[in-house]
Design a protein around this ligand. Structure first.
Ligand code: FE
Ligand code: FE
Ligand code: ZN
Length: 278
């Protein structure tokens, strides 16, 4: 069975997200750790977290994925932005321990003209400061589209971040289908070639999650605008190959398409319908 969920609002806590996920046939979900624009996080209610853990165990949920706020930039030029990013991510990782053993995804950041090399250096510096040997959370670098000065649109860049991080057994990669296609990896016509390249450059074992999104833009546009599944340039046939690929089909999939809850439910059913059972 395809393990799939969608992005949900965490404004009402973990149990609320569990119930919403279950109501649309999902068995996982993604959420922002706090307001996507950053700022203070709501207190976590330990009883709510405990209830959610039990619910997820009983309902065969797989790992849930927390997403860092968009406003963070680990490789910003201004030191106060980097400090804010570091403090926010460190606090997020502490909060993740209320629901141990899950995953935390972040955008490597934008080097804002400092250059890719400097960007990678600042990102690894931050990871080396916040990762702890005791943490149970796997931190995921998201593949980016290469919009503006984004770091992480080439697999080589993600590899260099991983190589520069001491506790890199805590690191994995989240592949966003919209971002890699916009970024110039042709998962429509050459999925096999792209996954071979991922394996050669990063190692397929690092791939821990898929953001499954169609894109409003043509191939290699470096734009990053998500579209509903089957309504964009990636198209339904390519998604059929993605959810059935032996290297991908057992990973958790998270939808970030422009949808309300009922639309997400329809996309989950659509994608599950594409799966060929062995
Ligand atoms: Fe993201
Ligand atoms: Fe994404
Ligand atoms: Zn995106």
């Amino acid at each position: 069975m395809l393990n799939i969920g969608c992005h949900l609002s965490n404004s009402k806590g973990y149990m609320n997200m569990c119930n919403e996920a279950a109501s649309i046939g999902a068995n996982t979900f993604q959420f922002f750790t706090r307001n996507p624009r950053g700022g203070a996080a709501k207190e976590i209610d330990p009883a709510d977290a405990e209830k959610a853990i039990a619910f997820m165990r009983e309902n065969n949920f797989v790992k849930i994925l927390a997403h860092a706020p968009y406003t963070l930039n680990p490789c910003a030029e201004r030191p106060e932005v980097r400090e804010f990013t570091l403090n926010t991510m460190r606090d997020d990782l502490k909060r993740m321990e209320y629901t141990p053993g899950n995953m935390y995804n972040f955008h490597p950041g934008s080097h804002v003209g400092q250059g890719i090399g400097k960007g990678i250096e600042l990102i690894t510096e931050m990871l080396n400061a916040i990762l702890e040997p005791e943490q149970s959370t796997t931190v995921l670098l998201e593949t980016m589209s290469g919009k503006g000065s984004e770091v992480g649109s080439r697999f080589e860049e993600l590899r260099r971040i991983i190589d520069g991080t001491e506790l890199n057994e805590k690191l994995g990669v989240c592949l966003d289908t919209c971002h890699v296609f916009d970024g110039g990896y042709d998962i429509v016509n050459d999925l096999e070639g792209v996954l071979d390249e991922f394996d050669r450059v990063i190692g397929i074992g690092r791939l821990k999650a898929i953001h499954i999104n169609d894109t409003k833009n043509p191939f290699s546009s470096h734009k990053d605008r998500h579209e509903k599944i089957g309504e964009g340039s990636i198209g339904i046939e390519a998604f059929g190959r993605i959810v059935n690929h032996p290297a991908l089909r057992d990973l958790p999939f998270y939808l970030e398409t422009p949808n309300e809850l009922d639309g997400y439910g329809r996309e989950i059913a659509l994608l599950r319908g594409l799966v060929r059972e062995e």
